[in-house]
Design a binder for this molecule. Structure first.
Ligand SMILES: [Zn+2]
Length: 271
């Protein structure tokens, strides 16, 4: 089985970039899997920016992969699609400014991906599973491979290598490699969260006119009920939540301001 570990799909998420550099330099001995390492967006890594022309992790739709493009990331997506041909399992490393701990994001309902996530989540207290079946903006890198787990760790500032989170994630990643190498399986069900919607910031004439309410800040994976405060506008007006009860995640993620997402709304599910 060929396993690829990628970092730097987003060039300012240093945890994943340096985990790939560490593992390249200090590769664990494996018996049944071949490890391959990928720094996905070299120009953005060099510039320490999320991307140069567009979000690479929304550039993997068949349509984007087939058309000629002058956008750096769309050209890079084609190179990566070739590189990942024959890859059986992708572990894609990201970081988030939200208080997400170590979140294993599953973007398909594939058994091998779910199995790895369940084993890791059952062994580490700070590891959670989040299902996110795609974005309207375009396809994730995961759509190129049969099985994958995206690891999102936070809170980490963009452009910062945060030591505690780095080594916690390294430990989980080493264990992930071991699980795949030994082909360990579990039949135990596990709690996961499934993203089902998004909430945008308050706006005035299309421009941002408020922020996450102090009471919601940092409360990722908490419970959000109708009537709970979610935003505070620049007029000092509190805005309260109206939807169905949910579990908010990616609260105040820096990279999602441009996507008009203040937080994502998830529901607990058993997988
Ligand atoms: Zn990212």
């Amino acid at each position: 089985m060929r396993v690829t570990i990628s970092g730097g799909v987003h060039g300012n998420e240093l945890t994943g970039i340096y985990l790939v550099r560490k593992l390249r330099h200090d590769t664990p001995l494996t018996h049944n899997i071949n490890l391959d390492f990928l720094l996905a967006n070299p120009k953005a890594i060099e510039a320490c920016r999320r991307y140069i022309d567009k979000d690479l992790n929304r550039s993997f739709s068949t349509h984007a992969l087939e058309r000629d493009s002058h956008l750096y990331e769309e050209e890079r997506a084609k190179v990566i699609a070739n590189r990942l041909r024959g890859c059986d399992f992708l572990i894609d490393m990201h970081s988030t400014t939200a208080n997400m701990g170590i979140t294993l994001v599953l973007s398909t309902q594939d058994k091998r991906s779910e199995n790895l996530a369940k084993i890791l989540a059952s062994e580490y207290e700070d590891v959670r599973i989040l299902q996110w079946f795609g974005s309207e903006e375009g396809d994730f890198i995961n759509t190129l491979v049969p099985s994958s787990v995206t690891i999102e760790v936070g809170p980490v500032c963009q452009g910062v290598l945060e030591p505690e989170i780095f080594w916690r994630t390294y430990k989980v990643l080493r264990r992930a490699i071991e699980v795949l190498d030994k082909d360990e399986w579990t039949s135990d069900p596990h709690l996961a969260y499934r993203i089902e919607g998004y909430e945008d910031f308050p706006r005035k004439n299309g421009k941002l006119w408020g922020m996450i309410h102090p009471e919601l800040k940092g409360r990722d994976y908490g419970q959000l009920h109708p009537g709970d405060p979610i935003f505070l506008t620049l007029d000092e007006e509190e805005i309260f939540y109206h939807g169905d009860p949910c579990v908010p995640v990616f609260i105040n993620e820096a990279a999602y301001y441009e996507k008009k997402i203040a937080f994502c709304k998830a529901k607990p599910v058993e997988i």
